[in-house]
Design a protein around this ligand. Structure first.
Ligand code: FES
Ligand code: FES
Length: 171
């Protein structure tokens, strides 16, 4: 099947098996920031935006990409010009091994696009489909709240009084 789509702003034309999984095609196209963890829709590592909507690329087929606008974490920002979320993850220690980070930042960007002033609970719920095996989530929520405050007002995302680091477990 011949198809075209945009990937991080660049037009891509490919001849691919329509039944191939999107995560595999994207990685073949060198979008190596799209990770495969579980391959079954459980971990969120393969998260991408499709026309601005958060999707799991391990559950998408190539045929579903035709004519779409795809964004991976590399399309949010670069090392030289990071997205506020990417900078906040680095500054708040929300990255350890980094495997979940591209998917987390994609999910967080979709969350903030829908809800620019989330509470910490809303951030936890918004990221509940993205698993991290390293950080314990407190720093990830801190980072998303910091980015929300940078991008807008987001007063709801302050650390609540009396909440000590470590009180937030898996979202
Ligand atoms: S690899 Fe897609 S959700 Fe885990
Ligand atoms: S930083 Fe290692 S899995 Fe999240």
């Amino acid at each position: 099947m011949k198809l075209s789509f945009t990937l991080n702003g660049a037009l891509v034309r490919v001849d691919a098996d329509p039944d191939q999984r999107a995560v595999d095609l994207l990685r073949e196209l060198n979008a190596l920031d799209v990770k495969e963890g579980c391959g079954t829709g459980e971990c969120g590592a393969c998260s991408i935006l499709v026309d601005g909507v958060h999707k799991l690329s391990c559950l998408l087929l190539v045929a579903q990409l035709s004519g779409r606008e795809l964004t991976t974490a590399a399309g949010l920002g670069s090392q030289a010009a990071p997205h506020p979320l990417q900078r906040a993850f680095a500054e708040h220690g929300a990255v350890q091994c980094g495997f979940c980070t591209p998917g987390m930042t994609i999910a967080a960007s979709a969350l903030l696009a829908q809800n620019p002033d989330p509470t910490r609970d809303e951030v936890r719920r918004g990221l509940s489909g993205n698993l991290c095996r390293c950080t314990g989530y407190v720093k990830i929520v801190d980072a998303v709240c910091a980015a929300a405050r940078e991008l807008g007002d987001a007063p709801s995302c302050e650390v609540p009084d009396g909440e000590a680091p470590g009180e937030e477990g898996q979202p």
